[in-house]
Ligand binder design. Structure first.
Ligand code: FES
Length: 180
């Protein structure tokens, strides 16, 4: 991560994002997304870079990183497993689903399995509230993942590790790969 940030590779994108806001500090959140999208996680150096770009302090940026569950402070696994914890999913047992997934994958929420294969985290609503508990694996959505189905999903996710096509984002209309 260090060389890319130190070389200024993201500085132009940062300037573009900051220009959309009346105050630089308002760009902390989108710049954190930029760092995570680019590197897969947010290191201490990433925090310092965002602080430098936005005229804030690393402590302020760290406060934002730790407040939002979607930000990762260690490298992501090969598969990113996200459990929705917002009201509809929570009422349908999302917290118990998370506990079952933690057990099945052998890693805690917010962490990555020891073999580096799986990252597990809570996220907020992913817009499938009627079919919760919802679990997103990379870009693949799994609905109705009640705690008793968590182990089955975990086995499918492990089995998918050799499948390069699994969980890829669907093609965007008008781009290469779109056949519609
Ligand atoms: S509350 Fe879980 S998808 Fe909306």
């Amino acid at each position: 991560m260090s060389s890319a940030l130190a070389s200024g590779a993201l500085d132009d994108k940062a300037s573009e994002i900051i220009a959309r806001y009346p105050e630089k500090r308002s760009a902390v959140l989108p710049l954190l997304h930029l760092v995570q999208e680019t590197f897969g996680w947010i290191s201490d150096e990433g925090i310092q870079w965002v602080a430098g770009q936005t005229g804030t302090t690393p402590v302020e940026v760290l406060g934002v990183v730790t407040f939002y569950p979607m930000f990762r402070q260690q490298p992501a696994g090969r598969r990113q497993v996200r459990v929705c914890r917002t009201l509809s999913c929570a009422l349908r047992g999302a917290y118990h689903t998370m506990e079952a997934l933690e057990k099945a994958f052998g890693c805690q929420r917010g962490g990555t399995s020891a073999d580096g294969d799986i990252s597990l985290e809570f996220v907020e609503c992913i817009a499938s509230c009627g079919t919760g508990p919802v679990v997103q694996v990379d870009h693949a959505l799994h609905e109705g993942v009640t705690p008793d189905k968590a182990e089955e999903l975990a086995a499918a996710v492990r089995a998918s590790l050799g499948d390069a096509a699994y969980g890829k984002a669907p093609p965007v209309p008008g781009t290469p790969g779109w056949n519609g």
